[in-house]
Ligand binder design. Structure first.
Ligand code: AR6
Length: 208
């Protein structure tokens, strides 16, 4: 299961702890935020207007973590496409906080939006940079008529951003785009991050 389907339609109600652990929050009458455990390389919906977001680095030629897994699953065509993204300065194809798009090649998802989150301990303003990474990804997706988009927890691995703060930024930024997508997914690979995201979403959506 790519995780893009089968979620409950009621807002704030979980699927009863089913295998997918998919929880859906209504952003607007026509748009939902979906939080689920899973592997982003396997995510798709049955639409050519879907995209996964790759937590890349500024060089954009692959790396470890989710970036490595996405490149492995997409095949060498993805690296070739990334290589063709013009450098804005030597060795930098996508500056921190920006986003670029490529096809998904052998991935189940049709597109990959590459974004670069902040290195938590090295960025002068990690909060602004992380917000910018989410915002740039969503803006670019909107421009490209993407209707379903899936994010991992950007910067929460190799770049060591604290989960709780990252979840607040991620969810509040997605809510700025409440009318722009059919579904915005968070696909979280570990139990601990999934729980942090879900707790944060439950709090955000109850208090509004
Ligand atoms: N599906 C979903 N989430 C995943 C997957 C997956 N297959 N694999 C890892 N995660 P990271 P960053 C989670 O390190 O912190 C790379 O080397 C992971 O557990 O992938 O933004 C790049 O080239 C964590 O919660 O990205 C950059 O150099 C989250 O995805 C650098 O790492 C993000 O972890 C970017 O670091």
């Amino acid at each position: 299961n790519g995780g893009g389907r089968g979620s409950s339609s009621a807002p704030w109600v979980s699927n009863g702890g089913g295998a997918d652990r998919v929880v859906r929050f209504q952003l607007s009458p026509s748009s939902a935020m979906v939080i689920q455990k899973g592997d982003i390389t396997r995510w798709f919906v049955d639409s050519s207007s879907d995209a996964i977001v790759n937590p890349a680095n500024e060089r954009m030629l692959g790396g470890g973590g989710a970036d490595g897994a996405i490149h492995d699953a997409a095949g060498p065509e993805l690296q070739a496409a990334c290589y063709n993204v013009p450098e804005v300065r030597r060795g930098v194809r996508c500056p921190t906080g920006e986003a670029r798009i490529t096809p998904g090649f052998r991935l189940p998802a049709s597109h990959v939006i590459h974004t670069v989150g902040p290195i938590y301990d090295a960025d002068a303003n990690p909060e602004a940079s992380l917000r910018s990474a989410y915002r740039s990804s969503l803006r670019l997706a909107k421009q490209e008529n993407i209707q379903y988009i899936a994010f991992p927890a950007i910067s929460c691995g190799v770049y060591r951003y604290p989960f709780d703060e990252a979840a607040t930024i991620a969810i509040s930024t997605v809510r700025e785009f409440a009318n722009d997508f059919k579904e915005v997914h968070f696909v979280l690979i570990s139990d601990d991050i999934y729980k942090v995201w879900l707790d944060k979403a439950n709090k955000c959506f109850k208090s509004s």
